[in-house]
Design a protein around this ligand. Structure first.
Ligand SMILES: Cc1ncc(COP(=O)(O)O)c(C=O)c1O
Length: 409
């Protein structure tokens, strides 16, 4: 039985008052809050086990190394990796993971005339690293969306060419909420002889994601959007691809042997983790996975679907609202972007914060091309997670009604 009141007790920050009122945290797509189990795992690591990894024969170093390795296995298994340890590279965030692919694979594998096919609904993390490849003569194409914010698969098929070496897209849009049919897109990519990279930043925290079933060659995601500390994230990639790929950063721990002339690379995944890693972060990432596994990802998805449907129904009942993304909750993740008539999103978010202690996001959500495509300079976004309640949505709605009253629209 999914007990949201009990879940909330695990999150110390949710007890906080902001501007004298109970915090309503609806900015989970940017970063989630952390349960005490994750905070304790992090502090316990520093209290009991802290040491540098892979370098010492002493007990603490051995313990830290084991904990760091076990965290890789835990995260890899969570997303269905066939070789959980070797195929899971720890990074600071999804952005870093995308850059590893662009530099380690793109800069070496792609040549002038080759193409990367992305989409207009991407976060900048899945656009800018590919633009770096333009200097090599690589062409970047973008699949369009339809009027409801669904990816236009026909457009994708038209834009796919024999020169397309990589198809990449977001699994769940951080603005529209749209859940793309990753399995179908992966098949389209593979039938064309292209590799497939999925941006799982807004899906892995919210639903069961299996890289094998979806046919991912690469997948990027952030730990901090799924209860883990800031500065955690992962790149999943197939073992055979990582074996061939060039390392992105060079230095300690990523090498096997170094002479003054040349170096050879360490085993996977360490080949891609140069320098001292964030072991405390890894251990806490592992605790976050334990927490989500205990909740059950199907239950997490069910809870968010309910909250999102409730929010969309209530928002739709307010006059003059502009709500973005698919209407069908089966096709969308746990967030909703909206505009309150012509009111500037920063004004809306500012009043919601100061008068109702409701934290939502306003702006372009690191998706400038999507904003342009939607014809919006910015939008508001409320995004939900395991601890959000319908009562919190009611406070959001009450706040929006007040904003309309104050600003006279
Ligand atoms: C869809 C999507 N991709 C990538 C990212 C980048 O994540 P990070 O800032 O952790 O690198 C985000 C962050 O909001 C996102 O929503």
């Amino acid at each position: 039985m999914y007990n949201v009141d009990k879940i909330r007790e695990d999150f110390p920050i949710l007890k906080r008052k902001v501007h004298g009122r109970q915090l309503v945290y609806l900015d989970n797509a940017a970063s989630t809050q952390k349960p005490i189990q994750v905070i304790d795992a992090w502090t316990n690591y520093y209290k009991e086990h802290n040491s540098n990894v892979h370098r010492g024969v002493h007990a603490l170093s051995q313990e830290a190394s084991l904990m760091h390795e076990e965290a890789h296995v835990k995260v890899g298994k969570f997303v269905g990796a066939k070789n959980p340890m070797e195929e899971t590279v720890f990074v600071r965030n999804a952005t870093e993971a995308a850059n590893i692919v662009a530099y380690g694979w793109g800069m070496h594998e792609l040549k002038a005339g080759d193409e990367v096919l992305s989409t207009v609904m991407e976060h900048h993390a899945n656009i800018v690293p590919w633009q770096f490849l333009k200097d090599r003569g690589v062409k970047i194409n973008f699949v369009d969306i339809d009027s409801e914010g669904n990816l236009n698969i026909e457009d994708m098929k038209e834009k796919l060419t024999k020169k397309t070496r990589l198809v990449t897209c977001v699994h769940a849009s951080n603005v529209l909420g749209t859940i793309n049919d990753a399995k179908e897109i992966g098949k389209i990519a593979h039938d064309n002889g292209s590799l497939f990279m999925l941006d799982g930043s807004q899906s892995v925290p919210h639903m069961q994601v299996d890289v094998k079933k979806l046919g991912c060659d690469f997948m990027i995601f952030s730990g901090h959007k799924m209860l883990a500390p800031m500065g955690t994230g992962a790149l999943y990639a197939k073992k055979e691809i990582l074996q061939k790929m060039h390392p992105f950063l060079g230095g300690g721990d990523m090498i096997h042997e170094v002479t003054l002339e040349k170096s050879t690379w360490n085993d996977l995944p360490w080949k891609f983790e140069a320098g001292t890693p964030d072991v405390g972060g890894s251990v806490a990432f592992s605790a976050a996975i334990d927490y989500l596994n205990k909740l059950g990802m199907d239950n997490v998805r069910k809870h968010e679907k309910e909250i999102t449907k409730y929010a969309i129904d209530k928002l739709s009942g307010i006059g003059g609202m502009n709500i973005f993304g698919p209407k069908n909750e089966e096709k969308r993740s746990g967030l909703v972007a909206f505009n309150v008539g012509e009111l500037h999103p920063h004004d809306v978010a500012g009043i919601l914060d100061s008068a109702y202690s409701v934290a939502i996001r306003s702006g372009q959500h690191c998706a400038h091309p999507l904003s342009a495509r939607l014809g919006q300079t910015s939008t508001n976004r409320a995004s939900f997670y395991v601890y959000n309640t319908k009562q919190e949505i009611d406070i959001l709605i009450e706040g929006i009604l007040k904003v309309k009253e104050i600003l006279g629209k």
